[in-house]
Design a protein around this ligand. Structure first.
Ligand SMILES: *Cc1c(COP(=O)(O)O)cnc(C)c1O
Length: 435
């Protein structure tokens, strides 16, 4: 007699069981995972590893492997924890934010000819699905203060074909969601919040990502917290659609039904206008454990980032050519994923390209991901005219080429933070002195 398996073919204690996990991890495998997560070299390290190995071998004799590695209790618990943190009831743990966005885009039944308004400045992930299905991307100009989507330009670019608006909270600084939602409601447009940088940000008392129809968060390794390198949460505020996110994550299967039903009675998922077929963006139990653990320290992480941002902003007050990152207020609470550093080129005696060069010369790393989407080669190759679009995004052109760069905020020692502030101040002073 075996142990009861907890896979979905659960038949109690089966004489001939079928295990969910085809091949378990052994001591060797575990040691490789530990050595990957805790890297080192030298004799002392090797000795410590040998000691751990001895203990793991012992543990191996005393333990049994997990009965499931994918979509089980830990995934549910991670989702529960996210619900609690976000004040949501639909958190669904997906492979990554991009996969979550795809579910939202499919809900909107996005097709060729439909228009999607995205900010002129973001990461390619925001627009990947619309581009893939041949929907038309419409680039909203940015608010020069935040480099987020400017609602006034969104309003100008809405047409009867606009199906979605995708605000991106760049660097974790909240978009003016009130204005975006007002426009969306008026024109019956679905809003997908790209909250990849903004897990934990707040806007007027609400968590960012829970204000639009959908919110997608990322736990990719570079974000404020991670679920072992990849992962994301998708939430929805569409009444009744929350439970459907779970089906949308895994091929339309409904595990709340008896097995004979979930296996064969798979139905398409009802989108806004018509049904759609779900893909698979399932997550593992290990990713979920990784997420739960980091989630416990998210408030501390954001507080540390906020303190670093406050330090930089205070230091930069010394020179009025520098426009420091806005630190927020009671209504706006950023996550400080990145530090938005801007300069006034007239006062600085040069533009951001000069400052970027001077910072690079001082070995200050800048995060140069976020540029005009309409200049990306993939967009040009899909038939968009970059120069024509640029004319409709003057703020984007100005801030990207002349005014902003992003600085890192986390994982820095006090000394590194001070060196970064000193470097910016020195470099701008040099520019002002005509050097
Ligand atoms: C990281 C990122 C994404 C994608 O997140 P993944 O989880 O890697 O898919 C989307 N949008 C922005 C703005 C990002 O920086």
């Amino acid at each position: 007699m075996g142990k009861p398996t907890n896979f979905r073919y659960n038949t109690g204690v089966a004489k001939v069981p079928w295990a969910a996990v085809g091949e378990n991890y052994n001591v060797n495998d575990l040691m490789e995972i530990i050595k990957f997560l805790m890297q080192g070299e030298g004799k002392e390290y090797d000795d410590a590893i040998a000691a751990v190995r001895a203990q793991i071998e012992k543990l191996d004799e005393l333990s049994t492997p997990p009965g499931k590695l994918s979509l089980d209790k830990n995934v549910e618990e991670a989702e529960e924890a996210c619900n609690k943190f976000l004040g949501s009831d639909s958190s669904t743990f997906v492979a990554n934010a991009t996969a979550g966005f795809e579910i939202a885009y499919k809900y909107a039944n996005l097709k060729p000819g439909d228009e999607v308004i995205v900010p002129a400045i973001t990461f390619v992930a925001t627009m990947a699905y619309p581009l893939a299905v041949g929907a038309k991307l419409v680039f909203a100009d940015v608010d020069p203060k935040t480099i987020n989507m400017d609602p006034a330009d969104v309003a100008r670019k809405i047409t009867p074909k606009t199906k979605m608006i995708v605000p991106v909270h760049i660097g974790g600084y909240p978009v003016d969601m009130e204005s975006i939602m007002e426009l969306a409601r008026k024109h019956d447009i679905i809003v997908l919040e790209d909250a990849a940088h903004a897990f934990g940000a707040m806007y007027k008392g609400k968590m960012i990502g829970t204000i639009g129809d959908f919110g997608g968060y990322s736990f990719h390794e570079v974000k404020n917290i991670t679920s072992l390198g990849e992962g994301g949460i998708l939430t929805t505020s569409i009444p009744g659609f929350g439970p459907e996110l779970k089906r949308a994550r895994f091929l339309g299967l409904d595990f709340t039904c008896p097995i004979k039903d979930w296996l064969y009675n798979i139905t398409p998922i009802q989108g806004k206008y018509e049904p759609f077929v779900a893909g698979n963006s399932s997550t593992t139990e290990l990713q979920a454990i990784g997420l739960k653990l980091q989630l416990e320290r998210i408030d501390k992480i954001i507080a540390e980032r906020a303190a670093a941002a406050k330090y930089l902003t205070e230091r930069f007050a010394e020179n009025d050519a520098i426009i420091p990152q806005d630190l927020g207020n009671d209504d706006i609470k950023p996550t400080f994923h990145l530090y938005l550093l801007q300069i006034d080129p007239a006062k600085a005696g040069g533009d951001i390209q000069t400052l970027k060069r001077k910072l690079a010369e001082r070995s200050v790393t800048q995060i140069a991901h976020f540029g005009p989407l309409y200049r990306f080669k993939i967009v040009q190759d899909m038939g968009y005219d970059s120069d024509e679009i640029a004319k409709t995004c003057p703020n984007c052109e100005e801030v990207f080429y002349k005014r902003f760069t992003h600085l890192p905020l986390y994982g820095l020692t006090d000394e590194q933070l001070k060196y970064m502030a000193d470097s910016v101040l020195e470099a701008v002073a040099e520019m002002q002195a005509g050097k």
